[in-house]
Design a protein around this ligand. Structure first.
Ligand SMILES: *[C@@H]1O[C@H](CO)[C@@H](O)[C@H](O)[C@H]1NC(C)=O
Ligand SMILES: *[C@@H]1O[C@H](CO)[C@@H](O)[C@H](O)[C@H]1NC(C)=O
Ligand SMILES: *[C@@H]1O[C@H](CO)[C@@H](O)[C@H](O)[C@H]1NC(C)=O
Length: 386
């Protein structure tokens, strides 16, 4: 056996010291932001849709929704926390309250507001009504409505422009994920990939406008997520299995290639648009969050993340090859939830589990899936905040 030279311990020791120094850094990040503001759809709604009536989806107000983490339903479309919850936890902030709860209860909040609404679109709902998709649209609280709420509530958070600028400069703005529903609604009535591709510039334009408005309102740090790999979702796999043939599936993951390609196309367009915004607003820090890449890891190496039940079948549902049955969706009669949600990526056919969102969040915060990194280039951030 080869003897270990005494001096080879030195680099090891300094590596250890270096990594604990990094650790010290990351705990100081915990107070890097005073508040988090979130806009989006069911991937980040922490209770607005439920308080708006939730006529299209009342089951999110009952167990098994919320069973894993909260022990009761909160209006989140999952068994537990969402990505926005993991991010606020990482920054040492409380889970951000839904806007409609804040206005209904009159409670004062300083640590941020969540404006996201399940079913929301990036484009105004009228766009979908005009195309005869009205009956499918869950909510009219699109991105521009959410921005309106933000502007309306602004005076409760800060009064002078100077005060608002100071507050927003120490806030993180999460703009999305939003846009997934703009493609879902047309796809669910048989729309083609070609039609969806034609929507991409409009959807990306709406997201770009929202970012512009927020920067003009004083936002300095923004994170903008792209779309998830929708071709891996149980609802898409169920609906499109009728018309798909073997060559339509990715042999490695079992996901539908064309729908994932659409998500990537949306993401590329979004990234280009963010690059243009960075040139226009050099003082703003605009982070792209690669939800697609962070989620794809789970489909490629599920066991590494503890997803022993496979990746494509939903935990909660009413039967069928992917456990998604539109006549017995999760929470409805004829459906049931699995006993081990953390072994599943997919929660209810459409949304992901607490465990999947946790691994995606870790990929965003500690992995390579945010650009520029959400957590790492702190000296730069610190300089700006001082
Ligand atoms: C959305 O607005 C349309 C009119 O544009 C209305 O008919 C519909 O009831 C609204 N939907 C919801 C969920 O409020
Ligand atoms: C399978 O579907 C693709 C397009 O979705 C088509 O190009 C191909 O010809 C189909 N193959 C068979 C054997 O039907
Ligand atoms: C879907 O749910 C309906 C209603 O509960 C049920 O009759 C049907 O058998 C289910 N389909 C599958 C494939 O399990």
């Amino acid at each position: 056996m080869k003897k270990v030279a005494p001096n080879s311990i030195l680099p090891l020791l300094s590596l250890f010291l270096f990594s604990s120094a990094l650790h010290g850094e990351s705990s100081s990040i915990a107070r890097m932001y005073d508040a988090i503001f979130n806009f989006g759809d069911s991937l980040s709604d922490t209770g607005n849709f439920l308080r708006s009536g939730a006529l299209a989806f009342p089951v999110i107000g009952r167990l098994p929704y919320g069973e894993t983490f909260f022990g009761h339903a909160t209006g989140r479309c999952s068994d537990g926390r969402l990505i926005v919850d993991y991010i606020t936890e990482a920054f040492g902030l409380p889970h951000i309250a839904p806007y409609l709860e804040i206005v209904q209860t009159g409670k004062q909040v300083k640590t941020g507001v969540n404006y996201a609404v399940s079913g929301a679109t990036a484009l105004d709902s009228q766009f979908f009504y005009a195309q005869g998709l009205g009956p499918l649209v869950w909510t009219n609280d699109s991105l521009s409505v959410q921005l309106g709420w933000f502007k309306k509530y602004k005076s409760s958070m800060c009064s002078t422009k100077q005060e608002c600028d100071r507050y927003f400069k120490k806030s993180l703005f999460l703009v999305g994920e939003i846009g997934g529903n703009d493609y879902n609604y047309p796809f669910f009535i048989g729309g083609s990939i070609k039609q969806a591709r034609a929507l991409v510039p409009l959807v990306v334009g709406a997201i770009t406008n929202a970012i512009t408005v927020l920067i003009e309102e004083g936002a300095a740090d923004l994170m903008v997520p792209g779309n998830l790999p929708i071709g891996c979702s149980a609802v898409y796999l169920t609906i499109f299995s009728r018309t798909a043939n073997k060559s339509d599936y990715d042999p490695r993951t079992g996901c539908l290639k064309a729908y994932n390609a659409l998500a990537r196309y949306h993401n590329q367009q979004l990234m280009q648009s963010l690059q243009a915004l960075r040139l226009k607003y050099p003082h703003a820090r605009i982070i792209y969050a690669d939800y697609y890449g962070a989620a794809m890891r789970l489909y490629h190496t599920p066991k590494r993340f503890g997803f022993y039940e496979g990746t494509l079948r939903a935990c909660c549902g009413g039967g069928g090859p992917f456990n998604f049955n539109n006549s017995a969706r999760c929470g409805h009669i004829g459906s049931s939830a699995c006993s081990n949600p953390s072994a599943f990526v997919n929660w209810d056919g459409i949304h992901l589990t607490d465990a999947a969102y946790r691994h995606i969040s870790e990929g965003l915060m500690h992995g390579p899936f945010t650009s520029p990194p959400l957590l790492y280039d702190i000296p730069d951030l610190r300089k700006r905040l001082l």
